[in-house]
Write a protein that binds this ligand. Structure first.
Ligand code: TYM
Length: 336
């Protein structure tokens, strides 16, 4: 049971990233170790080059993200924690996989369509190739499981197709990985516009709860969350009630209970205020320890570099074997 997941470098990691992905990473790190295998987590700086970026800020954003993940509970002694650009096999494998990836399939990717529509100056070839590098990230480790939020579903499905196509053409070299999406919280919505997902780029600051927001800000954002005007107010998950449903999901995920248990626990609530306050409290209880640990971790960049260096070495022990097999199978490179 080998697990791989990746996350983009930004200091603006939000509650969607936290509940949809980071909580699963921490759980996966333990599950993989219990099964005698390993989980690999990767800060994907090369993917961050697919939309405009500031070279002066890139490294700082990688440190921000690394410190958030370590503060959340990733332990570099129990998992492999890497910066994508440190392990060159990711980009090399991406080129091999590109040879069996259909241009038309990349053209159909929702995220490519959304992100390319937002670019004013240049839609780069890297943005188009993004899903192939993402496939390489996972396939280089022959990982079995990819924990992500719902928005990455299509990318993981493509990755499975690419692995299958590679194996059909060159023999069983790669593992076709499984998608792992949380049962609650796979798609956390914007608090101000609960029909859109919470996101770093698309949403509003008021509707997005950042992992590093202080407790007061978190409370204010939840108190102002958009609900509905049903009279009397009904605390229930329902497609016609996206705001309330989102709060129920967040509360359930933050407390580690089911949405049904949330609905039962708030059956006597007088209005949506109780739901908003309970959710804000649960989210603060979840994030407070992360915020507390973050500052010390972020302050020591040398220590973060040392963690990445050690992670890259452990990673290469796995990826160099995969690439050796892949090169032999594709006939590229020297005789083995
Ligand atoms: P990124 O950095 O955009 O997001 C990191 C993780 O957060 C999840 N997520 C959400 N989950 C629930 N609700 C939301 N509103 C929400 N918003 C984001 C994402 O699904 C993701 O799991 N392409 C990836 C990074 C990547 C990767 C990989 C992931 C690169 N290589 C290999 C897995 C395996 C991304 O942009 O994540």
């Amino acid at each position: 049971m080998r697990i791989f997941s990746g996350i983009q470098p930004t200091g603006q990691k939000h509650l969607g990233n936290y509940i949809g992905a980071i909580v699963q990473y921490v759980e996966g790190q333990q599950r993989a170790a219990d099964a005698g295998d390993v989980a690999i987590f990767c800060v994907v700086d090369l993917h961050a080059m697919t939309v405009p970026w500031e070279p002066d800020e890139m490294r700082a954003r990688v440190y921000d993200t690394a410190a958030i993940l370590l503060a959340a509970g990733l332990d570099p002694d129990r998992c492999i924690f890497i910066r994508q650009s440190d392990v060159h096999e990711h980009t090399e494998l991406a080129w091999h996989l590109g040879a069996v990836t259909a241009h038309g399939d990349l053209n159909r990717m929702h995220q490519f369509k959304e992100k390319s529509a937002r670019q004013r100056d240049l839609v780069s070839a890297d943005l188009f190739f993004y899903p192939v590098l993402m496939a390489a990230d996972v396939l280089a480790y022959r990982a079995n499981e990819v924990p992500v939020g719902d928005d990455q579903r299509q990318h993981v499905e493509l990755m499975r197709d690419v692995a299958q196509r590679f194996n059909d053409r060159f023999g069983e070299q790669l593992v076709v990985p499984e998608l792992k999406i949380p049962s609650v919280g796979a798609r956390i919505m914007d608090l101000q516009d609960p029909t859109s997902k919470m996101s770093t780029t698309g949403g509003s600051v008021e509707g997005t709860v950042y992992v590093l927001d202080d407790a007061k800000t978190v409370e204010k954002k939840f108190k102002r969350a958009v609900t509905d005007s049903e009279d009397p107010p009904r605390i229930a998950r329902d497609p016609s009630k996206p705001g309330v449903s989102n709060l129920i999901d967040i509360l359930a995920a933050a407390r580690g209970i089911t949405p049904e248990q949330v609905e039962e626990s708030l059956a006597d609530a007088r209005g949506y205020g109780d739901l908003k306050i309970a959710t804000a409290d649960a989210v603060n209880a979840l994030l407070e320890p992360v915020r507390e640990r973050y500052s010390a971790l972020r302050a020591d960049e040398d220590a973060l570099e040392a963690i990445f260096a050690a992670g890259a070495e452990k990673a290469r022990a796995i990826t160099s074997e995969t690439l050796r097999d892949v090169r032999a199978a594709t006939g590229v490179g020297p005789r083995t």
